[in-house]
Design a binder for this molecule. Sequence first.
Ligand SMILES: C[S@@+](CC[C@H](N)C(=O)[O-])C[C@H]1O[C@@H](n2cnc3c(N)ncnc32)[C@H](O)[C@@H]1O
Length: 251
Amino acid sequence: MVYFIGAGPGDVDLITVKGRRMLQEADVVIYAGSLVWDAHLQFCKEGCEKHNSASMTLEEVINVMVKAENEGKLVVRLHTGDPSIYGAIREQMDCLDEHKIEYTVIPGVSSFVASCAAIKKEFTLPNVSQTVIITRMEGRTPVPEKEDLELLASHKCSMAIFLSVQDIDKVVEKLKKGYGREDVPVAVVYKATWPEQQILKGRLNNIAAKVKEAGIKNFSQILVGDFIEGDYERSLLYHPEFTHGFREGSK
Ligand SMILES: C[S@@+](CC[C@H](N)C(=O)[O-])C[C@H]1O[C@@H](n2cnc3c(N)ncnc32)[C@H](O)[C@@H]1O
C-alpha cells in the first residue's frame, strides 16, 4: 500500500494526525525534498528507507514504490501542502493503477490557507468575495488560455497565486488589467509557517518593488483581493435576527 500524504506548508506540526501516524509506520518514505521540511523525517522509525524525490524522475519514484510493494512494505509519498494542488500525484496514481498497487491519499494543509492564516484574514467575506481562485502564472508549465491571470482577475474575487513570485512584474501587470484598479491589496507570504517566514503587504501599485527589495524569488503565495483590507458586512449566520436550523433569530 502507498500513502500519498500532505505534509502541510512547513511547520512539522501542521501535518494531520493520520499523516504523522503513517509516517511513523512507514518502511519507505519518498519525500519532495525541495519543499517538504526534512524535519518531518525525524518521526520515521529506525531503518526506514528515505528517498528525496527532488532528484528523481517519475519512473524512478514508481520503481521504488513497486519494489517496496513487492517486498510487502508500507510506502509513504510525502508531498508539500496538500497533494491535490500542483502535487503531480495523478501521474503517480495512474502508474500505480497499471501496476495494480493500492493507494490512499491523506490530505494536508495547503500553503494558500496557511498563508491566509499567517496574515490573519478570511478569503470569503460577505459583500466582498465569496470565491477563492487558486491559480498560477504560466511558466515552463503552460496554463490554458481561458485561465489567463488577467481573465481570472476580472472576476474581482479573492485569489491565491502559486508558483509565480519570480514573475511578479508580469503578475501585477495582468492583475491590474483584470481587476481594473491599481490599489487592490496584496500580501506576499514567503515560506509560510517556516522559521524564515516573511510577509510583505502592499497594493498592486507597490508590491513588486517590495518583493524585489526583499530578494524574494520563490516559495511564496501571492494573495490578492479586498479581503485583505477594507470594509465587509457581518455574517448572517451569527446575526441575532437571523433564524437557521440551529437557532431562532429575533425577527
Ligand atoms: C509545487 S507547488 C506545491 C503546492 C502544495 N501542494 C500546496 O498545497 O501548498 C509549490 C508552490 O506552492 C507554494 N508554497 C508551498 N509551500 C509554501 C509555503 N510554506 N509558503 C508559501 N508558499 C508556499 C509556492 O508558490 C510554491 O512555489
